[in-house]
Design a protein around this ligand. Structure first.
Ligand SMILES: C[S@@+](CC[C@H](N)C(=O)[O-])C[C@H]1O[C@@H](n2cnc3c(N)ncnc32)[C@H](O)[C@@H]1O
Length: 309
């Protein structure tokens, strides 16, 4: 069976990110500087259970949205979330692949595709379909895996695949859990990672206690089966480095506005004696240096613009 069909079948059985996910405001906030003050239309491509869309709808009463995903069960979770929050009349649901043309009545002002494009068999075609559903000058926020941020997960994926321990969810869970028991302890982490983990957990707990608009997942849920399957069992799972990202964005003819996390241009992060040489570099070399020196590499979160022709 081809990879595309396998991906469709895989996600048809998955409700991502699973029950009890919270509304996520992260992307709604990231796109704030680029969002029109008048009424606007958001397209969420690969929306899963709609946590990012819900963040936009809650934060911006002038936002309407289209939620697109190949996974019907995930869209059903999204519909339930929108109903509970009173957003249903502002959302349209589209059960289709972004590998197919997206035909909508009005072009969107902005689009997001979070954690979805790295599962596509043809990322350029997928981005182009999303871009074609955007107005000229429209904004596109994307998150996909970075090679550096995910190399440990890829090593583990490959090891359990060679061992034949990834045949089903339960055996993969046992395999990963026992690996983590042996190598995921306090002693296998750097001080910097431990500090970051503590900071993230404390901040999530404080937000939960103070009922501050939080993002992510309730702290009592470490990882759902859907999130686990998404990390270890997906048929297609690609990661990219700076120059691969450059190629993708050039082929898709998108203008980069911002690297939000990995690759973020911030010369304060450079060693002092590097600054003069770094300043003489072109844009993509600057980004690559930022990627290379990041001590806690993450996924790529990139904000782009569809060129106004
Ligand atoms: C990791 S989940 C992310 C969901 C959501 N964006 C979030 O951050 O919670 C990836 C989502 O992409 C969807 N997806 C994967 N391939 C797709 C495709 N070709 N077309 C549309 N959606 C797709 C999956 O069904 C899944 O819901």
């Amino acid at each position: 069976m081809d990879q595309d069909k396998l991906t469709k079948e895989f996600y048809a059985q998955i409700k991502y990110p699973g029950p009890n996910s919270l509304i996520t405001y992260q992307w709604a906030q990231r796109l704030k500087p680029y969002i029109p003050s008048k009424e606007f239309l958001l397209l969420d491509a690969g929306c899963g259970a709609g946590r990012h869309t819900a963040g936009f709808l809650d934060l911006y009463p002038n936002c309407n949205a289209i939620c697109l995903d190949i996974s019907k069960p995930s869209l059903q979770l999204a519909e339930a979330l929108f109903k509970e929050k009173g957003f249903s009349n502002r959302v349209k649901i589209l059960n289709q692949s972004f590998l197919d043309e997206i035909s909508i009545n009005n072009l969107a002002d902005c689009a997001i595709s979070i954690g979805a494009l790295h599962h596509s068999t043809d990322i350029i075609k997928s981005i182009n379909n999303i871009k074609n559903a955007l107005k000229p000058g429209g904004i596109l926020g994307m998150m996909f895996y970075s090679k550096k941020g995910h190399y440990k997960r890829y090593m583990l994926r490959e090891a359990i695949s060679i061992l034949g321990l990834n045949k089903d969810l339960e055996s993969a869970k046992v395999a990963v859990k026992s690996f983590n028991k042996k190598y995921g302890s306090f002693f296998d982490k750097t001080i910097r990672t431990i500090y970051q983990d503590i900071r993230d957990n404390v901040s999530r707990k404080v937000k939960q206690i103070l009922k501050i608009r939080s993002y992510g997942y309730p702290t009592h849920i470490s990882i759902s089966d859907a999130m686990f399957a998404d990390a270890y069992l997906t048929p297609v799972d690609e990661a990219y480095d700076t120059f691969e990202i450059k190629k993708i964005l050039e082929k898709a003819d998108l203008e980069v506005l911002e690297f939000v996390t990995l690759g973020n241009i911030n010369k304060k992060r450079l060693p002092d004696t590097w600054v003069n040489s770094w300043e003489k570099l072109g844009f993509w070399e600057k980004v690559r240096v930022m990627e290379l020196i990041d001590p806690l590499p993450k996924s790529w979160s990139i904000i782009c613009k569809k060129k106004a022709k």
